[in-house]
Design a protein around this ligand. Structure first.
Ligand code: DON
Length: 568
């Protein structure tokens, strides 16, 4: 906390810095009280349609969140599923309640750092990302049970029905699924049940072929019938535990039995008169986003040229990601200076350390967090006809999680243990490091970057999020700023992206982000700019303009299957 205290002090000394902060007064009453129809954006058409089907059957946005999520568990197993977890941010119109459901995976009770070390005490990345030792106790099944019991209008059986049908009837393998299985085929080949589920003659199923998964249909039916008891207890739980332990994992029946989803208060941010609801710990997203927005609130970004806008954004990103590495972890186990980190005074102090024309080298800031970032995880956004909203990001972590399937279950277990700082100071697959605050201890939930969010203004509301590992939070930041500036979801999701995560001290940019001149100008300020060899993210966003009562839905054009629909 020392550096925070110092920075708050610095900001008090330079009180003039507050001049730019511009939080506007109370909002006018809404023009339309409800949209009258719904909008859904997700990463697969069958999932978007599953949500619309459930709305047509009388369900609300929360029933649709189950239907879309479960359908994605079937058709997008490379990104999320019953063996993983996620965060569900909800807004319920009838009482104005904002809810954050933490269905993040939990560390088994027997977790100790040494389990993931090699003979030299270095992090063994194979153990951390492949096979059952890399798997936390899944949260996604419990999330659906909780959503149906507390927020939905329909029985779980009804909301899971589309996913069960798709699993039984089959769907066409799309090229990202083919490529994902292909990329992980060597790991999948280690376990007969994984081979049986995902490989055909030892290879990834061809794009265009039909893929059926009756095992996951049975698992979903069991959950529909017995709720949590159908997954976390009894025969099914024994099967999971026996199989995990036989292949080197550490799960116990008690770990499964004690798993619960946790309702937490969302983080509420204010940026230039807009209210932003977003993810609290164990996600780092809301706090890092809040720090960045608080710093940027001190500038009139709209009046700046692109070079200065990017420069100041990068400086805000650098500083917020540094704090992520140092302070954040599971709030049930770790004390975090959340109020201080989100205080405008703290932001003013950080802002005071930003030179308007020069990059701050990251190694001048204390702490450490180097590179890396693979893809996969999924986000979907829903607004229903009454104005209920759901913003959901869920994952199995890396592509196809741990690659480990328990025979007959139909889903892959996550490799979320790698999101812990398994060994202090040693980088995970995203190049992220941490220490005690994010150490793997019994029951703890690993620190996440997933940032499902809602942006709420006087007339316009947006539901936003994306996968992308450590880049999730900067994508959500850029998406929120673009939406506030007037872009519709269709454009927000397509806009080119840039990113900085403190270390490596590099601005990465998608190929179309910057012109030659912009790159030269940023370099002259001292930034190292890496025009990325690839694009990133799979953003799905919906919005409602209350004044004109129009809905919009945008899904990321970077991926083939994504699907955004507004009800006619
Ligand atoms: O929770 C997290 O931050 C990661 N497990 C998310 C992983 C991810 O986004 C992978 N790729 N796009």
């Amino acid at each position: 906390m020392n550096c925070i205290a110092k920075l708050v002090f610095a900001s008090l000394v330079g009180a003039g810095l507050f001049a730019g902060m511009n939080v506007q007064a109370a909002q006018k009453p809404a023009a339309a009280s409800k949209p009258g129809k719904a909008a859904i954006a997700s990463s697969h058409q069958l999932a978007t349609d599953a949500g619309l089907e459930i709305l047509a059957k009388g369900g609300n946005a929360f029933d649709a969140a189950i239907a879309v999520g479960a359908a994605l568990a079937v058709v997008e197993p490379e990104s999320s599923g019953l063996g993983g977890g996620g965060f569900f941010l909800l807004h319920r119109v009838k009482d104005g309640k904002d809810i954050f459901i933490d269905a993040r995976e939990a560390a088994p009770a027997a977790s100790r750092s040494e389990l993931w070390a090699d003979a030299d005490g270095k992090l063994d990345s194979d153990k951390a990302t492949n096979g059952p030792l890399s798997a936390g106790i899944p949260g996604e099944p419990a999330a659906y049970v909780w959503l149906a019991e507390h927020y939905g209008k329909l029985p779980l059986k009804a909301s899971l029905a589309p996913a069960i049908r798709i699993a039984r009837e089959g769907f066409s393998v799309y090229s990202r699924l083919h490529r994902s299985i292909d990329r992980r085929s060597a790991v999948l080949s280690r376990w007969p049940a994984s081979v049986q589920l995902y490989l055909v003659d030892g290879k990834a199923p061809e794009a265009g072929s039909t893929w059926r998964n009756p095992d996951i249909a049975n698992t979903l039916e069991r959950i529909a019938r017995h709720g949590n008891d159908g997954f976390y207890r009894g025969e099914f739980a024994s099967k999971l535990v026996d199989s995990v332990r036989a292949s080197g994992g550490i799960w116990t029946l008690e770990d499964l039995d004690s798993y619960v989803v946790k309702e937490r208060a969302p983080i509420t941010l204010n940026y230039r008169g807009w209210k932003i609801l977003t993810a609290p710990p164990p996600s780092s997203g809301g706090i890092v986003l809040g720090e960045m927005l608080n710093m940027l609130a001190g500038y009139d970004l709209a009046k700046l040229d692109q070079v200065h806008r990017v420069h100041l954004s990068v400086e805000a990103m650098r500083r917020a990601y540094r704090d992520r590495a140092e302070y954040l972890g599971d709030p049930d186990y770790v004390e975090m200076p959340i109020n201080e980190l989100l205080s405008p005074l703290y932001a003013a102090g950080l802002r005071a350390s930003i030179h308007p024309e020069k990059a701050t080298p990251s190694d001048l800031l204390p702490g450490y967090m180097p590179p890396g970032e693979p893809e996969h995880t999924t986000h979907y956004s829903i607004i229903d006809a009454d104005g209920n909203m759901a913003s959901v990001t869920k994952t199995v972590n890396l592509t196809l999680g741990s690659g480990f399937v328990v025979e007959g279950t139909g889903f892959v277990l996550n490799d979320e243990m790698d999101d812990f700082a398994l060994l202090p100071g040693q980088a995970n697959a995203f190049g992220l490091v941490g220490g005690e605050a994010n150490a793997p201890k019994a029951g703890r939930r690993p620190l996440s970057s997933m940032t499902p969010s809602m942006v709420i203004g006087e007339d316009r509301v947006g539901v936003i999020g994306t996968p992308g590992g450590s880049r999730i939070i900067t994508m959500v930041l850029e998406g929120i700023l673009a939406f506030i500036d007037g872009d519709l979801p269709e454009k927000v999701v397509a806009n080119p992206r840039f990113h900085h995560q403190y270390l490596p001290d590099v601005v990465s940019a998608e190929p179309k982000m910057f012109s030659r001149e912009t790159i030269r100008a940023l370099q002259a300020m001292g930034h190292i700019v890496n025009e990325s060899e690839r694009t990133w993210g799979l953003m799905n966003m919906v919005s409602w303009d209350r004044k004109t009562n129009t809905l919009h839905a945008g899904s990321d054009p970077r991926e083939e299957m994504s699907s955004a629909k507004v009800q006619p």
